[in-house]
Unconditional design. Structure first.
Length: 119
């Protein structure tokens, strides 16, 4: 179930990334300093912490600590029910909450726009 949830979450964020014109790497494997490996649905390198935001489908304290120690932000999200309508505004809200962290890149127009519904 975990891998299916990760794959579904990754597909949903890949779609949002394509529609919003942001970077997406997924699936993403984090190799911790001790060599432990942790699977995430994706990495959004322009958001969250200095090295980006990792997204997982199930909370794992050890993986979260490894991500934080490696300079990543992390969030655990439920994959949306595929029968529900894709709502880009929800993804935008998450991205704005996490914050833009790409120092050398210009903010996307949808992010910089003041109105919450601007896309």
């Amino acid at each position: 179930m975990e891998m299916a949830s990760l794959a579904s979450l990754g597909r949903q964020w890949r779609r949002a990334a394509l529609e919003l014109g942001i970077e997406f790497q997924g699936p993403y494997t984090l190799v911790a300093a001790d060599g432990a490996r942790f699977e995430f649905a994706c990495l959004l390198p322009q958001f969250g912490a200095e090295r980006g935001m990792l997204l997982g489908a199930t909370y794992d304290k050890v993986a979260a600590e490894a991500a934080a120690q490696a300079g990543f932000g992390f969030s655990y999200l439920d994959a949306e029910n595929s029968s529900e309508r894709f709502e880009l505004s929800g993804y935008i809200e998450c991205l704005r909450d996490w914050g833009w962290s790409a120092k050398r890149e210009r903010l996307p127009n949808w992010y910089a726009a003041e109105g919450r519904n601007a896309v």
